[in-house]
Design a protein around this ligand. Sequence first.
Ligand code: TXE
Length: 485
Amino acid sequence: MPLVDCMNKIQNYINGSMVAPKSGQWLDNFEPATGKVYSQVADSNESDVDAAVTAARNAFPAWSKTHATDRAAMLHRIADAIEANLDSLAAAESKDNGKPLWLARSVDIPRCVSNFRFFANLITGVESQSHNSDGMINYTLRNPLGPVACISPWNLPLYLFTWKIAPALAAGNTVIAKPSEVTPMTASMLGELCIEAGLPPGVLNIVQGSGSLTGNAIVSHDDVQAISFTGGTKTGKHIATVTAPKLKKLSLELGGKNPNIIFADCDYELMMETTLRSSFANQGQICLCGSRIYVQRSLYETFRDDFVSRVKQLSVGDPLEPASKQGAIVSQQHFEKILGCIERAKEEGGNVLCGGNAVSLAGRCENGWFIEPTVIEGLANSSESNQQEIFGPVVSIAPFDDADDAIAKANESQYGLSATIWTSNLNVAHRVAAEVESGIVWINCWLARDLRTPFGGMKESGLGREGGMEALRFWTEPKNVCIKF
Ligand code: TXE
């Protein structure tokens, strides 16, 4: 596949072709590891969005009538193309986002393949509902909606982009998809792969650009029937104000401030190894990271000293180096936001046990955006630092006394996305899982994913669920037909 020339311009994929924005306007695209502009991305406007929606509308009749097995075969061909280009996609993802190359190769890109294959398989096995009673028989049709929109963030760029696109296409919709303008590269490459795979023109349209211009044009377009969004809570709430008056279906997967609850009777080594990942994977830029660590008092000091000494060993380095455990922060703006949050935590009485500083690297990364993995103790549970999403390599730790105390601390939050519980006591595990206010709970594991499960959060963490049948139901309109005989 002709790799998108990184020094070239990152174009839109509309109606089956790679095209420049009609305005001829471009946005700089940075490499986080070097802090330098390395490409430019289309700054699309309403007329680009309109072209994409028109293409999607024109492609909808044929695509929606394509048999599920044929839609599935097409999705498998896209998965094949991604698989065949794993190395170039992983390299592009690492360059665009700043994450370590090994992480993009082992997690991000393989998950894109899984996203397409999972929903391709699912739609060939979906059964229809029928209800039979009193001389009547009912059957339920679940029809695709039409042109729909997928809008995704910069932290897991192609992973979350395809997590939305795959079920939308599988259900028979045509799609207008917008990646984050901060990490546009692999979305553009996906467009090229779809051309190679023979996806009919207009079935998928990828429109690059800013949220305020391009994103807003998509969510406010009258012909867009539904929107699936992942990003910040503030942006999600804004989008809801645009779509609610038009009664558009809306799915929101937003921020989190997830508790990691560690009881003294846990499997210590497994907990420790996993907690290092759940705290700092992807530089802490995963909405599911456990950024509030609560440890039972009898274990607290042992945990704190051991955790801090292991965090200090997490090397921050060039994302291209296999030894780098932590890569670069995605943008200058986010880099400065995280450092500001660390200063705020100190003002709130937090004691930085390790990290807390920007990292200056020699060589090609000397101007990159790097931050030490940071552990802070002594913050009040109600402090801004423990209430607001930082979305970086920063965790707070605090002791708790018993399950009641842990649940109260965990639930003192506006968010409710995920929670992690470490204990060997089954009663405690099930009780805490039942009472903690989050849409996803992991017990003695983290980020263990079965794509059939409902995925999403409550409170300020979102609206609706992705995954499995939840996704297919979101992307279809049910119709009940009743026949009397
Ligand atoms: O997300 P935004 P950003 C959190 C994290 C981060 C904050 C902001 O706390 O600091 O969100 O990150 C598009 N109409 N998460 O700025 O702004 C935008 O172009 C339509 C958690 O990246 O929410 C991008 O494609 N679209 C999150 C997408 O929305 C709009 C992962 C997300 O951008 C728009 C990332 C508008 N008005 C950040 N404004 C998670 N839950 O995983 C922006 N966009």
